[in-house]
Design a protein around this ligand. Structure first.
Ligand SMILES: CN1c2c(nc(N)[nH]c2=O)NC[C@@H]1CNc1ccc(C(=O)N[C@@H](CCC(=O)N[C@@H](CCC(=O)N[C@@H](CCC(=O)O)C(=O)O)C(=O)O)C(=O)O)cc1
Ligand SMILES: N[C@@H](CCS)C(=O)O
Ligand SMILES: [Zn+2]
Length: 783
C-alpha cells in the first residue's frame, strides 16, 4: 500500500510565546534594528519547519510566514504600493511594508509609522484599510487599485523563504494568495474613476504571477500552492471568467512545477464544476465546512488530479474524531486511490493557537479533548498512516476513548440550562413598551442634554495596567493590591470624564484583559488557555476562550465594578457588557451542538447580568455586538437564518429590563446597508457605530431605513493617533444632524480607546465635548 501524503496550507507565525509580536513591537519602538527583527523571523520559520518535519508532515509550506499579513506581502510582491507611501519602485522594504499597514507621518520617510491601526486621511501616508479575512477574526490589509495601477515583481521574500527551506534540506511548497482572490479582496480607490472594474486589472496582474511561478519552478519548487478561498463565496460571472483565464495562463507558466489550488471556509456549491475544471495538478478542499458536499466532489473529481482533503479543523481547537475523518478519507481513497489523495487541515493553521505543550494550568479533563496547531500536525500524520494501513492503531483507540470521554462528560451537559433555552418565549425578547414611549421615560429619568456625550467603554490599556495584571496573574501582586490599583485607575478615569464634561461616563474596562476573554473566564461552561494566542491583526493577538459546555453564570460578573464606578459620579454611569453573538463569534465554540443553541445559552447568562445591573441601580447598560456582522455566513442564502437567531439572542439578553433602563449597543467596522433591518430589529435604545473614517457615509443605511431609535455615529477615529479638532468633529456632527433628528443624536468616538494613549485621548475627548457644547448652544439659540 503506498503511503498517503500529508501537508498543511500554513502554520501560525506568531511563535509559541508570541515572539514575533514582541520583536516586531520592539522594532516599531526603535529598540531593535531591522536585522534583529529579520533574524527572529528566520529563527521562527526554521523552528516551525522543524516541528512540521518532526511531526512527519511530507510537504511543508513556505511564504506562509509574514511580519504582518500575507495579503500585505502580496501587495508588496506585486509592487501594488499606494503612491502616498513614496515608494521608489525598487525592492519594497520592510519599512514601507509597515508603513502601508500602520501609516507613515511623512510619505518620504515611510518608516516613521505612527499608529497601531491606521492614520486618518489628513496625514500624508495614511494606512491602507484593514478588514476581516472572510468570517475569521484575522484582519488583512486591503489592496488598493486605480484604473492605471501597474504591477511588477517587487520583493524577493517568496524566493528567499523557499531557498531558506532548501538550505535546511526541505523542498517546501511556496504559498501565494491567488489572483482572483487578490483582486476580489482589494478595493478601487480612484476618485477619477470610482466605477472602475478591478477585474480589468487581471491582464496586468497575471504576468507577475507567471514570473513568480516560473522563477519558483526554475529554483526547484515541486509544488506551488495558490489560495483561492473566494471559491467559498457567491461568484459573479466576471470572477468565474477570471478564474478560467488565470489558471489557463498560470498552468503554462508552471513548467516543471505543479500547482495546487486551495479553497477553504465553505462549500463550493455552484462553483464546484469551475473548481474541478481548473487545469492544475492538485486541488485542496475544506472537508470540515464542506462535509455535506464531499460526495458530490468525489463523484465529479477529475481522473488527472490529486485531491487534498482538509479533514482536520483549522478553525477550531477540538481533537479530531478519527473515525469520522477516516470514513471520509476511506471514501475518497476508494474513489481516487491512495496515490491521488493527500491528508491536510481544512484551512491554514494560522487561525489555531500554536501548541498545547505549554498549557500547564488547563483543566486536565478538557485538555484531553483539544488539539492546537502542533497537535493537529500529529493528527494529520496519524490519519494518513491509518489510511495507508501502516498506522498507529493504539492512537486510534486512544482517540476513540477520548471522544467517548468528551461525549459522556457530565461537565458538558446541564439539564437546567437546556430546559431554560427550551422555555424561551417571544415575550423574553420584548420590551414592555415601544421605543417612543421608552424614550420619553428615559429622557425624564436621565435628564441628559441635547447631543449627549459618551465613550464606547475602554480607556487606554497602558503598559502599567497590563503589567499590573501580569503581576497579579503571577501572584506578584495580591488580590487586594490589584483591586486597589484598578479602583484607583477607574476612579481617576471617571473623575476626569466628569471634569471635562462627558455626560454619560464609563468605568474604563481596566479590569478586563479582553472584551470576550474576560467574560469567558467568569462563565461556567468555558475554559481558557494561558498561551492560546491567535493573530488578530499585525502584532495584535487575541486569546479566544473555549466554550466547551452548557453555559451558566455562577455569580454577577460586572456588577461590583459598575456599582463602584457609579458611586464615584452623579452622572448616569453606562454599565458595559459584551453581547452573546460577539462572545460566540470570538470564542472557540463547541462543535457538538448548533451555534444558535450556544448563543441562546450565552444570551440567558448575559440577560441575568443585565437584570442584576438594573437591580443594582444601573440606569444605562451597553451590550457590545462588535462581531455581529462578521458572523454572517459567507453565502447570502444563509444570512437570514443567522440574523434571526443572532437578533433573537440579543433581544433575549437586552429586553428584560424596564422601560426606564436605557439599553445601548455598539458595532464597529461594519457596513450596515444589507443588515439594517436586523439592526433595527434588535431594538436597542441607542446604537453607537464607527462612522468617522467614512465621513459619516456609513450612516446612510440608517437614514435610508428611517432608523427610529437613537444613534451615536462616531466622530473620533480611534484607529488613528491624530487628535481630531473641535471643528472636524463639529462638522461631522452637523453632517449627521442634517439627516438624524437632533433629539436622537449622541456624540461619541468610533470605538473603545484601549489601544490609544492618554496623551491622545485627553485632548481628543476635550475637543469632542467642546464640539457637542457648541452645537448644543447653536441649537438652543435657534429655538
Ligand atoms: C475589537 N477587536 C477585538 C477582536 N477580538 C477580540 N477577542 N477582542 C477585541 O477587542 N477582534 C477585532 C478587534 C481586534 N482588535 C484588537 C485590538 C487590540 C488587541 C490587543 O491589544 N491584544 C493584546 C492582548 C490583549 C490581552 O488579552 N492582554 C492580556 C495579556 C497581556 C500580556 O501579554 N501580558 C504579558 C506581560 C505584560 C507585562 O508584563 O507588561 C504576558 O502575560 O506575558 C492582558 O491585558 O492581561 C496584544 O498584546 O496583542 C487585540 C485585538
Ligand atoms: N466596549 C468595548 C467595545 C469595543 S468593540 C471597548 O470600548 O473597547
Ligand atoms: Zn468597537
Amino acid at each position: 500500500m503506498s503511503k498517503i501524503r500529508t501537508h498543511i496550507l500554513g502554520y501560525p507565525r506568531i511563535g509559541e510565546q508570541r515572539e514575533l509580536k514582541k520583536a516586531t513591537e520592539l522594532y516599531w519602538k526603535g529598540e531593535i534594528p531591522a536585522p534583529a527583527l529579520e533574524s527572529v523571523g528566520k529563527e521562527l520559520r526554521k523552528h516551525h519547519w522543524k516541528k512540521q518535519q518532526a511531526a512527519g508532515i511530507d510537504l511543508v509550506p513556505c511564504n506562509d510566514f509574514s511580519f504582518y499579513d500575507q495579503v500585505l506581502d502580496a501587495i508588496c510582491l506585486f509592487g501594488n504600493v499606494p503612491a502616498r507611501f513614496g515608494w521608489d519602485g525598487g525592492s519594497v522594504s520592510l519599512q514601507t511594508l509597515f508603513a502601508i499597514a500602520r501609516g507613515a507621518r511623512d510619505s518620504k520617510a515611510a518608516g516613521s509609522e505612527c499608529c497601531g491601526g491606521s492614520c486618518g486621511s489628513g496625514s500624508a501616508g495614511f494606512a491602507s484599510e484593514m478588514t476581516k479575512w472572510f468570517d475569521t477574526n484575522y484582519h488583512y490589509i486591503v489592496p488598493e487599485f486605480k484604473a492605471d495601477t501597474q504591477f511588477k515583481l517587487s520583493t524577493t521574500k517568496i524566493f528567499d523563504e523557499f531557498k531558506e527551506a532548501q538550505a535546511l534540506g526541505l523542498n517546501a511548497k511556496p504559498v501565494l494568495v491567488g489572483p482572483v482572490t487578490y483582486l476580489t479582496l482589494g478595493k478601487v480607490q480612484d476618485s477619477a474613476n470610482p466605477d472602475f472594474d478591478r477585474f480589468e486589472l487581471l491582464d496586468r496582474l497575471l504576468p507577475v504571477y507567471e514570473e513568480v511561478i516560473a522563477k519558483l519552478a526554475a529554483e526547484g519548487a515541486e509544488w506551488i500552492q495558490i489560495d483561492e478561498p473566494v471559491f467559498a463565496l457567491d461568484l459573479s460571472e466576471r470572477q468565474k471568467e477570471c478564474f478560467i483565464e488565470s489558471y489557463a495562463r498560470l498552468a503554462k507558466a508552471a513548467g516543471s512545477a505543479k500547482l495546487l489550488v486551495a479553497t477553504y471556509f465553505g462549500e463550493l456549491r455552484d462553483n464546484l464544476a469551475l473548481f474541478l475544471g481548473l487545469p492544475v495538478a492538485a486541488l485542496h478542499y475544506d472537508a470540515v465546512r464542506g462535509e455535506a458536499e464531499v460526495d458530490a466532489l468525489l463523484n465529479a473529481f477529475p481522473a488527472d488530479k490529486i485531491l487534498s482533503l482538509g479533514v482536520i479543523d483549522g478553525r477550531n481547537i477540538w481533537k479530531n474524531n478519527y473515525d469520522a475523518s477516516l470514513a471520509i478519507l476511506e471514501q475518497a481513497k476508494a474513489k481516487l486511490g491512495a496515490a491521488r489523495l493527500w491528508v491536510s487541515a481544512s484551512s491554514s493553521l494560522l487561525h489555531s493557537p500554536v501548541s498545547l505543550a505549554s498549557e500547564k494550568k488547563l483543566d486536565a479533563e478538557i485538555k484531553d479533548w483539544l488539539a492546537f496547531a502542533d497537535e493537529k500536525l500529529v493528527e494529520i500524520v496519524t490519519l494518513a498512516g491509518l489510511l495507508s494501513g501502516s498506522g498507529d492503531s493504539a492512537a486510534l483507540e486512544a482517540n476513540r476513548a477520548s471522544q467517548k470521554r468528551r461525549r459522556e462528560s457530565r461537565r458538558i451537559h446541564n439539564p437546567a440550562v437546556k430546559a431554560r433555552v427550551a422555555a424561551i418565549t417571544a415575550a423574553d425578547g420584548k420590551r414592555d413598551s415601544v421605543f417612543a414611549v421608552r424614550q420619553e421615560v428615559q429622557r425624564e429619568k436621565l435628564g441628559l442634554p441635547l447631543f449627549p456625550t459618551t465613550t464606547i467603554g475602554s480607556f487606554p490599556q497602558t503598559a502599567e495596567v497590563r503589567a499590573a495584571r501580569a503581576k497579579w496573574k503571577k501572584s506578584a501582586l495580591s488580590d487586594a493590591e490589584y483591586d486597589a490599583f484598578l479602583k484607583e485607575e477607574t476612579r481617576k478615569c471617571i473623575e476626569w470624564q466628569d471634569e471635562i464634561g462627558i455626560d454619560m461616563p464609563v468605568h474604563g474596562e481596566f479590569e478586563r484583559n479582553d472584551m470576550v476573554e474576560y467574560f469567558g473566564e467568569q462563565l461556567e461552561g468555558y475554559v481558557f488557555s494561558q498561551f492560546g494566542w491567535v493573530q488578530s491583526y499585525g502584532s495584535r493577538c487575541v486569546k479566544p476562550p473555549i466554550l466547551f459546555g452548557d453555559i451558566t453564570r455562577p455569580k454577577p460578573m460586572t456588577v461590583g465594578w459598575t456599582s463602584f464606578a457609579q458611586s464615584v459620579t452623579k452622572n448616569p454611569m453606562k454599565g458595559m457588557l459584551t453581547g452573546p453573538v460577539t462572545i460566540l463569534n470570538w470564542s472557540f465554540v463547541r462543535d457538538d451542538q448548533p451555534r444558535s443553541v450556544s448563543c441562546k445559552q450565552l444570551a440567558l447568562a448575559i440577560r441575568d447580568e443585565v437584570l442584576d445591573l438594573e437591580k443594582a441601580g444601573v440606569r444605562v447598560i451597553q451590550i457590545d455586538e462588535a462581531a455581529l456582522r462578521e458572523g454572517l455566513p459567507l453565502r447570502k442564502s444563509q444570512w437570514q437564518e443567522y440574523l434571526d437567531w443572532a437578533v433573537e439572542s440579543f433581544r433575549i439578553t437586552a429586553n428584560g429590563v424596564k422601560d426606564e433602563t436605557q439599553i445601548h449597543t455598539h458595532m464597529c467596522y461594519s457596513e450596515f446597508n444589507d443588515i439594517i433591518g436586523a439592526i433595527a430589529g434588535m431594538d436597542a435604545d441607542v446604537i453607537t457605530i464607527e462612522t468617522s473614517r467614512s465621513n459619516m457615509e456609513l450612516l446612510d443605511a440608517f437614514v435610508e431605513f428611517k432608523y427610529p431609535n437613537e444613534i451615536g455615529p462616531g466622530v473620533y477615529d480611534i484607529h488613528s493617533p491624530r487628535i481630531p479638532s473641535v471643528e472636524q468633529m463639529e462638522s461631522l456632527i452637523k453632517k449627521a444632524g442634517a439627516v438624524i433628528p437632533a433629539g436622537n443624536l449622541w456624540v461619541n468616538p468610533d470605538c473603545g480607546l484601549k489601544t490609544r494613549g492618554w496623551e491622545e485621548v485627553r485632548p481628543a475627548l476635550i475637543n469632542m465635548v467642546e464640539a457637542a457644547r457648541k452645537l448644543r448652544a447653536a441649537a438652543l439659540a435657534a429655538v
